[in-house]
Design a protein around this ligand. Sequence first.
Ligand code: NAD
Length: 265
Amino acid sequence: MSGSADLESLSRMLAGADRVVAFTGAGISTESGIPDFRSPGGIWTRYDPRDFIFDRYVAEPEVRANSWAMRRAFFAANARPNAAHRALARLEAVGPLATIITQNIDGLHQEAGSQHVIEIHGTAREVACIGVHPVGGAPDGCGFVAPHTWAFEQLDAGVDDPGCPDCGGLVKSATISFGQQMPLDAVRRAQAEVAACDLLLVVGSSLQVYPAAALPGEARRYGAQVVIVNDEPTDLDDLAHLVVRGRAGEVLAAAVAGIDSDAPG
Ligand code: NAD
């Protein structure tokens, strides 16, 4: 892990900022037992990425069955928020953290108590109608949305391929697959938050996919400071004012504890 000087710098920067926005990736949830994408033992060593292409989900019942099996395994693991999720929730409660923008679909920020979370890749905790035959990676659903447990109940009742009870369309986890259009509203809100912050705190992202890869540069263009907390180098480390190398739980717990002692409640 980076030295105590880096932690002190991070703590000082957080305490001195008026509006912090955290941007989190899969690395913030590995300490909860959810593997990230790219590390050894990560998700793509166990599943075929080609099974997560939107058009294949639409076209092939077998892909949909694999996808539901993966979701079942995901929730069976019963992951809980870790020290990093809790530290960010605390940072919001005591003041400087305005919003978390996350690439994660696990819902652990909200479970840790964070109130303002923008999920730019959607959530695994819900399912949604995507329409009868959506084309061009654009969901075309009727508006049906349900908790993920609704789909699991259908599967338990022997329905192999749960369909929309309102329009008969396909139902899919409310996450963004490869080849699926990004949720424009969430991306716009994320960009507006980055433009309005004075400190962007990036945690546990390899910063290799867009729009994630663009956010630190945007933050700098708007005059914000950028901090990257990650356990390995990222391509954008040169762009950061401070890089703290280490495990997210340890780094954030220590940094937030440093500003927490003066805070109410
Ligand atoms: P990524 O896998 O590309 O990068 C994760 C980064 O976090 C890596 O650089 C890794 O070294 C680092 N890391 C891992 N554990 C860490 C820890 N304990 N402390 C600090 N750093 C740690 O993930 P990404 O950048 O988020 O992009 C990939 C995509 O993965 C996203 O689109 C996201 O939707 C999806 N995803 C989400 C989850 C989840 O919801 N928890 C899990 C896997 C993948």
